[in-house]
Design a protein around this ligand. Structure first.
Ligand SMILES: NC(=O)C1=CN([C@@H]2O[C@H](COP(=O)(O)OP(=O)(O)OC[C@H]3O[C@@H](n4cnc5c(N)ncnc54)[C@H](O)[C@@H]3O)[C@@H](O)[C@H]2O)[C@H](O)CC1
Length: 527
């Protein structure tokens, strides 16, 4: 999801610590009722949005709602939400999956509001009930913050039935079957039309944003978690377009072609000259400063952008405030020597694509370094790096991606390397062991060959700018990298949805061509 403002998400334990005093200080169930009202409000909106044959919009009055009710307070939210919907004139049905553990006061409120209560004995009875009810909207109030593992017993069966019926589902807090802290999607997880959460985003809302449908954060009086025994609550951030616009470097009266930070890009080979063009061109489009290209693709790079300064070997490329290496450069024996030299420079270095393979095969070229090292692997490259540097993290990307990235960073840190890892995907993870970001591209248009070459060039230009006096100067490396990723995603969306033939696939060159518009757009959002 592309959002204007920054989102911050927390671990379930920290959220519970933040909620507890508020819940205790409030009248019984008052906070839960606030949450429930927000759920009911979104459910009403979902019903109204439904086309009803003959008269245009869905009608709340007389429509039916069913809620799958679990064993804890998440179920309590759902039952109080049903009571609210009943007061709107809906026919409401509470389907208790753990009858003996349903929230008693909320169940009583649902009954007193006219709700019908069902206790299906087994999955077949549940399926028959849902088919008979065919509700206009269903609430997933099975499990939220207390979830562990896949939906149990009948809960897992319900997801399939509701999908088959085409029933829009509003998930309470977190879709059942999605792990609150890792965002791992378990088999049988509910696929909601919308998710309503309360007070603070859970990590799952960022790590599994594509599994939550339309995400709504309801204010219920919960503030950010306080430090626990002096340890600040760990935050997972998703920066918005406004932050990207505020931090994007643009020249001012004191600038010249060097002052904004020069980036040098070692990319391309006889076999892959295009990667050199894409990465170098992307850097040119990202800031006003000089871009140096190093490699065998001088002719192609200068034919594309003659303003680039080209050299053939890294050792005489000239001064740079940041280096990028890897796109299309190949993995021949000479590349390890080039990388060793680049890594010896006391400036930020971005390694992408082939450079990551070379690093995984020649770990000895990576020595202690204080200057930032940004690694930008896709899943396969991540596993190759993990095999070499952090075997315990290899193969974990099918599960806790954020945990695997943090594990690799920790291993590199233990070797004295100031590393930031950007793990590519629809949801890009960026982590340096101190700050972590999860950035949903909002669309999948950028999943096209060369898109990573463009991103590497953009990140390199941003890190070079960060070495100068501008807005990025004291910004933590993962946040600066996230800024580049946001603009890369906006450029992909613009190219695919607003230029040319809206809604049609793009190539990396189209994304490249939209960087300028994307920078202008995020700067306009920032105001
Ligand atoms: N109390 C308040 O004022 C507020 C509550 N909020 C809501 O409360 C839940 C958290 O409630 P809690 O009882 O701690 O946990 P859950 O209801 O999520 O889980 C309870 C229960 O579910 C069972 N369970 C665990 N894993 C699974 C699974 N995979 N499948 C099925 N069932 C599972 C297990 O027995 C658990 O004990 C929170 O999400 C909010 O919805 C609000 O925060 C507002 C304030």
């Amino acid at each position: 999801m592309t959002h204007r403002d920054d989102f911050r998400a927390y671990f379930a334990a920290d959220i519970r610590r933040a909620e507890a005093p508020v819940v205790e200080a409030a009248p019984t169930d008052a906070v839960m009722r606030r949450a429930a009202w927000a759920v009911a409000d979104v459910a009403r909106t979902v019903v109204r949005a439904q086309e009803v044959i003959g008269d245009g919009g869905g009608h709340v009055y007389g429509a039916s709602a069913a809620a799958l009710i679990g064993a804890g307070d998440n179920g309590g939210d759902g039952l109080y939400a049903l009571a609210d919907l009943a007061r709107s004139g809906m026919a409401v049905h509470a389907v208790l999956l753990s009858p003996d553990r349903a929230h008693p006061r909320a169940l009583d409120a649902c009954r007193r509001a006219g709700g019908r209560v069902h206790e299906p004995a087994d999955p077949d009875a549940l399926e028959q009930l849902l088919r008979r009810l065919r509700p206009a909207v269903a609430l997933d109030a099975i499990v939220g913050l207390g979830a562990s593992g896949p939906p149990r017993e009948m809960a897992g069966h319900a997801a399939g039935v509701l999908e088959e019926l085409g029933t829009p589902v509003v998930a309470v807090d977190i879709p059942s079957g999605i792990d609150p802290d890792t965002g791992v999607r378990h088999p049988g997880a509910i696929r909601p039309t919308a998710t309503v959460t309360f007070g603070l985003f859970r990590r799952a809302h960022l790590l599994a944003s594509t599994d939550c449908g339309a995400l709504e954060l309801a204010e219920i009086g919960i503030g950010a978690p306080a430090a626990d025994d002096g340890r600040p609550a760990e935050m997972l951030t998703s920066i918005g377009t406004a932050t990207a616009g505020e931090l994007w470097p643009v020249p001012d009266v004191s600038d010249n072609k060097y002052s904004g930070g020069v980036v040098a890009i070692r990319a391309g080979s006889q076999r892959y000259p295009g990667a050199a063009v894409l990465a170098s061109h992307a850097a040119v489009m990202s800031t006003s400063s000089m871009v140096r290209y190093v490699g065998p693709c001088r002719d192609q790079v200068l034919a594309d952008r003659p303003e680039i300064v080209a050299s053939s070997v890294v050792t005489n490329a000239g001064r740079a405030q940041a280096w990028v290496s890897g796109p299309g450069m190949g993995t021949g024996p000479e590349t390890a020597q080039e990388l060793a030299w680049i890594l010896s420079q006391d400036v930020p270095v971005v390694l992408d694509a082939d450079a990551l393979r070379v690093l995984a095969e020649h770990p000895s070229i990576l020595r202690r370094r204080d200057a930032p090292l940004v690694l930008t692997p896709h899943a396969g490259e991540f596993d190759a790096l993990a095999q070499t540097f952090a075997p315990a993290q290899a193969g974990l990307l099918a599960g806790d991606r954020a945990g695997a990235v943090r594990g690799l960073v920790a291993e590199l840190d233990s070797r004295g390397v100031n590393a930031t890892v950007l793990l590519k995907g629809r949801i890009t993870l960026i982590d340096d062991g101190r700050s972590a970001f999860a950035q949903d591209a909002g669309t999948s248009w950028s999943a096209t060959p060369g898109s990573g070459d463009v991103l590497a060039g953009m990140i390199g230009a941003i890190l070079a700018a960060r070495e100068g006096p501008g807005a990025l100067a004291d910004v933590e490396v993962p946040r600066a990298v996230a800024v580049a990723q946001v603009v890369h995603s906006v450029a992909a969306r613009l190219a695919a949805e607003e230029f040319g033939r809206p809604g049609s696939p793009i190539g990396a060159s189209d994304l490249l061509g939209a960087i300028g518009e994307a920078v202008a757009k995020v700067r306009a959002v920032a105001g």
